[in-house]
Design a protein around this ligand. Structure first.
Ligand SMILES: *Cc1c(COP(=O)(O)O)cnc(C)c1O
Length: 569
């Protein structure tokens, strides 16, 4: 069968896949390839990095996600800082292969046809595993049903719940259509995929049978962040797929709660950093919740100059990133050369995109991630005069911002406006500042390697883990961050980076004023003097980031923990 996709490209099809996965990994978004824009940020990039490490380690896994034909969105930011969201032009046929199989699921009693596309991930040793992208955009479906695999995190609750039915139940059913009958573990990456448990339960009405096969990873440290739906809506969309007898176990305040559903039906549950495990145990008493700290895929996030350096000094690191611990043997001069190469690439990119005129030798700070209130992107620029004063005294500063705000996050969009306004007022001989549009995996690769310092300012305890600082560490870039998420584990003051607001206890909530004061005073008295005045020691810190943090905070170590604790047991 050959079909036409939007009149552009021929669709390649196959009818069988020669794989026999044992674990099915479900995620609403998977950022596996910079050219496949079906991810929004941290959760999707983590899913992609996880799958890549499974391929590196020969773990027989299949990834399941939705094919968002309009992607998340292309971000444009006008001169006043207003974010404009444009659909992404993405042709599935140029990156994916359609499989001539299908399944269907009833939503509001109406059958919805689902077809799978696949993408092959090849690991370092050549082991391959498939990622399945589910698609409902076929003429046999109604208009609304066709639109279900168009927008990531778009639409109302009815649309979102229908997407989750396609992902969880449709995804479960497609495994059988693909002949993947050997799957004995179902891993839900966040609650969006929890409905798959109903499919297992409805077959047997045996809770233990379901639990034995299911694993749930939560990523959300605050109750408001959990996906939930009115029971009336859930009953109307799910019909008989929603068994009445378990409703008390899977609802919170009379709403179907996707986290509770995942928790109830899983034998293994984890948070994504040690602290997040603790927070989750408090939030969900009565469940046994472990933690596996996130990582990043080393080969994806080490920049070209550092890849060459690592190949020379630490052969084998591509197969086993634990070898990065011997980075201590790399001469400092060569670390610096590799860094300057990565930095030049970034600065050239910035100067090409904007007319801010950044230079190679000025101290450069990066802040790039989803723009949203709890991450406090504007903490650094909240006192512009002080910032200029510090730069005048201690050496010039360049600041690079990037990140999308969720289309419905008005405060996040407000923050982008504030950054752009500050940029207009602030640029002078001492401080240069820029906001780059349309943050994505490619830009992240440039940024995490090319800045001198990676800044992160989440309000405790809102950052479940965070991963971008781990990407920076892989390129010898130290992090300056509040003690939240993974940084509680990765921070050694002045050796792998610096903390913000460490004076008050780790378990207290963040105080904006105290954190701002600490941020400015450490920048002024510790960080800039070390960078400009004690370069040798600065490079020592860079090297420790690689040896101490990159060797541990990678998805290879993380996947090994999942295999041992969640898949194998
Ligand atoms: C790594 C990454 C993120 C996550 O960044 P955090 O600082 O951990 O929130 C978001 N977006 C992209 C494109 C990334 O590569």
């Amino acid at each position: 069968m050959v079909e036409d996709a939007g009149g552009e490209e021929k669709v390649r099809t196959v009818s069988v896949l020669p794989y026999n996965p044992k674990v099915a990994y479900f995620s609403m978004e998977i950022g596996i390839d910079p050219d496949i824009p079906t991810y929004s940020g941290g959760l999707g990039v983590l899913a992609g990095d996880t799958i890549k490490s499974c391929a590196d380690l020969n773990v027989p896994l299949v990834g399941i996600t939705l094919l968002f034909k309009d992607g998340y969105f292309d971000q444009r930011v006008d001169e006043n800082g207003n974010q404009v969201e444009m659909p992404v032009k993405f042709s599935p046929a140029s990156h994916l292969t359609l499989i001539a199989r299908e399944t269907s699921v009833a939503i509001e009693g109406k059958p919805v046809k689902i077809r799978p596309w696949y993408y092959l991930v090849e690991g370092v040793s050549g082991y391959r595993l498939p990622v399945i992208f589910l698609d409902t955009d076929f003429p046999e479906n109604g208009e609304w049903e066709r639109s279900l695999t168009r927008f990531l995190y778009g639409g109302d609750n009815r649309y979102r719940l229908a997407q989750e039915i396609v992902l969880g139940i449709g995804g479960f059913r497609i495994l059988k259509e693909l002949g993947f009958t050997g799957v004995y573990r179902f891993h839900m990456n966040e609650g969006h995929a929890s409905l798959l448990t109903l499919e297992l339960y409805n077959k047997t009405r045996n809770v233990d049978y379901v639990r034995k096969q299911c694993v749930f990873t939560t990523h959300t440290p605050v109750p408001a962040g959990h996906d939930q739906f009115d029971l009336t809506l859930a009953r109307s969309l799910l019909g008989s797929m929603l068994p009445e007898e378990i409703i008390p176990n899977i609802t919170f305040e009379n709403r179907l709660n996707m986290t509770k559903l995942g928790l109830f039906f899983s034998h293994y549950i984890n948070g994504v950093a040690k602290k997040h495990g603790e927070v989750s145990r408090e939030m969900f008493p009565g469940y046994s919740i472990d933690s596996i700290t996130n990582g990043v895929h080393s080969l994806t996030w080490v920049s070209e100059p550092f890849k060459k350096l690592f190949d020379r000094y630490m052969p084998g690191w591509r197969f086993d990133p634990y070898i990065l611990r011997s980075a201590f043997s790399i001469p400092k001069k060569e670390i610096w050369q590799a860094h300057m190469e990565a930095k030049k690439r970034l600065i050239d990119f910035v100067n090409e995109k904007t007319n801010v005129g950044m230079v190679y030798d000025a101290f450069t700070i990066g802040f790039a991630r989803r723009q949203t209130a709890y991450k406090r992107p504007d903490l650094l620029i909240s006192d512009p005069n002080r910032l200029v004063g510090i730069a005048r005294e201690k050496g010039s500063l360049q600041i690079i911002y990037a990140g999308k705000a969720h289309p419905k996050d008005t405060i996040g969009k407000e923050i982008i406006r504030k950054i752009v306004e500050t940029q207009r007022e602030l640029n002078n001989d001492f401080v240069k500042m820029v906001f780059l549009e349309n943050y994505d995996i490619r830009m992240a690769q440039l940024l995490v390697a090319g800045v001198d310092l990676w800044l992160n300012t989440p309000r405790r305890p809102m950052e479940a883990s965070g991963t971008s600082g781990m990407k920076a560490a892989h390129n010898g870039v130290p992090q300056f961050s509040t003690l939240d998420g993974w940084w509680i584990e990765g921070h050694i003051e002045n050796i792998t980076g610096w903390s913000i607001g460490a004076k008050h206890k780790e378990d207290s909530e963040s105080d904006d004023d105290a954190d701002r004061e600490d941020l400015y005073s450490k920048l002024e008295n510790k960080i800039l003097p070390k960078f400009y005045g004690d370069r040798d020691n600065w490079i020592r810190t860079m090297r420790s980031c690689i040896a101490i943090n990159a060797s541990f905070f990678n998805t290879q170590r993380m996947v090994e923990q999942y295999v041992l604790n969640a898949y194998f047991m």
